[in-house]
Design a protein around this ligand. Structure first.
Ligand SMILES: *Cc1c(COP(=O)(O)O)cnc(C)c1O
Length: 395
């Protein structure tokens, strides 16, 4: 019998991962994603989720989710363009458009799908996509699915961006500049006002992926476009419903024209079933909460400022973050992983992030403080950081 079914070529690759020391087991979470969780059977303070506002296990979201299941069932039953377009999905889009202060919002099953679907649908051969070198993997994949050409500019470097635009403007029909709103590994914010100026000067479209800006920046979490008051000047404003909003899904906010086109051409919506009613119900509740009050985003910023100040005060290098994302830069890859492991042994979970996710020699643990952390939990985490930092000679 043939040995093709043994997948020997994959076994070899897995062995290579093991030889390089990068093969891993996933930690197992036995509780909801809260500020304190049980991970691999151990109670720890969680500093690694994207659940910025503490919404993922919020009673109001859970109740709304259950009600949506009671009314619409467990699944949408079909892709949206056949018979999976439920009233609850339409309600969600109308609410998102209002929240984002845009004409329309178009939902996807995830933020990843949103980039995979939108970029491809609105660009074609003869167009150019101009992308920041640190853009998220889903933007890179979305760009690969497009028939347009691509060019990369240096991270947040406006001279580099202008050079690309100047050199290429006459060679292409449409140009689209794509950037993350908030860069996830360092927590820096895109220079959106300058990007928009350049885009208008060179008649290019702008596309901002605000996965880490949604629910975080702008009035009550309306995102980086709102933060810089650039409404009407960013053509595609992408948000995720999986991070601060606490559920799962993605959307693009913009014009009605954009909506009408995506409704006919966005492949993840044409060929994949709509998000579940449970998700839509919970998201609607989350957006309502943000529209009612800024208490959630206020608390997030208060907590993250407090934590960042304490760590910086101890002498840790917290980089140049402008948002609640708080990297603690250790440098050496092995030392970073050991630091993360020792924090875990002392009851604090923060995942280590090393090359190739970040440049060599800039290994870090990335702390994600949320609105749900108490001062006591943050103080305890700081105590453990100090203890391990001293033990390892980092402080
Ligand atoms: C997390 C993230 C995504 C993917 O969002 P999901 O909703 O989790 O699929 C897309 N873009 C950026 C910049 C992200 O950080």
């Amino acid at each position: 019998m043939s040995n093709v079914h043994e997948l020997g070529f994959l076994k070899e690759k897995i062995q290579e991962l093991k030889d390089q020391g990068v093969y891993r087991e996933l930690p197992v979470l036995e509780t909801p994603s809260e500020a304190e969780v049980i991970l691999n059977g151990k109670k720890v303070i969680n500093l690694s989720s994207n659940n910025y506002l503490g919404f993922s296990n919020h009673p109001r979201l859970k109740k709304a989710s259950i009600e949506a299941v009671e009314k619409y069932g467990a699944g949408a039953g079909a892709v949206r363009t056949i018979i999976g377009n439920m009233k609850i999905h339409e309600d969600l889009e109308a609410l998102l458009a209002k929240f984002k202060r845009e004409e329309a919002a178009f939902i996807y099953q995830s933020g990843f799908n949103c980039n995979a679907g939108t970029i491809q649908a609105v660009t074609e051969a003869g167009d150019l996509i101009v992308s920041d070198e640190l853009n998220h993997a889903s933007i890179i994949d979305g760009t690969r699915l497009s028939k347009a050409d691509r060019a990369i500019y240096k991270h947040s470097n406006m001279d580099s961006l202008e050079e690309v635009l100047r050199e290429n403007r006459d060679k292409y029909k449409n140009i689209m500049i794509i950037t993350d709103g908030v860069f996830s590994m360092d927590g820096d914010i895109a220079k959106l006002p300058e990007i928009v100026e350049l885009a208008e000067k060179y008649e290019a479209m702008t596309y901002v992926d605000d996965a880490h800006g949604s629910g975080v920046l702008g009035e009550s979490g309306r995102g980086t476009v709102d933060h810089f008051n650039l409404h009407g000047r960013v053509d595609f404003s992408i948000g995720t419903l999986s991070k601060a909003i606490g559920v799962v899904g993605g959307y693009v906010a913009g014009s009605q024209t954009m909506y009408d086109w995506l409704n006919h051409r966005a492949r993840p919506v044409l060929f994949s079933t709509t998000m579940t009613p449970a998700s839509a119900g919970a998201i609607i509740e989350a957006i309502k909460m943000l529209m009612e009050s800024t208490e959630y985003t206020d608390k997030l910023w208060e907590n993250s400022r407090y934590f960042k100040e304490k760590l910086g005060g101890l002498g840790f290098n917290t980089g140049n973050s402008q948002t609640p994302i708080t990297p603690v830069i250790i440098g050496d890859e092995a030392k970073t992983m050991e630091f993360s492991k020792k924090l875990m042994n002392n009851g604090v979970f923060v995942s280590g992030i090393v090359f190739p996710t970040v440049p060599k020699g800039t290994g870090r643990v990335r702390c994600m403080v949320t609105a749900a952390h108490t001062k006591t939990q943050l103080d305890e985490a700081v105590r453990v950081f100090e203890l391990v930092g001293k033990e390892m000679g980092i402080l």
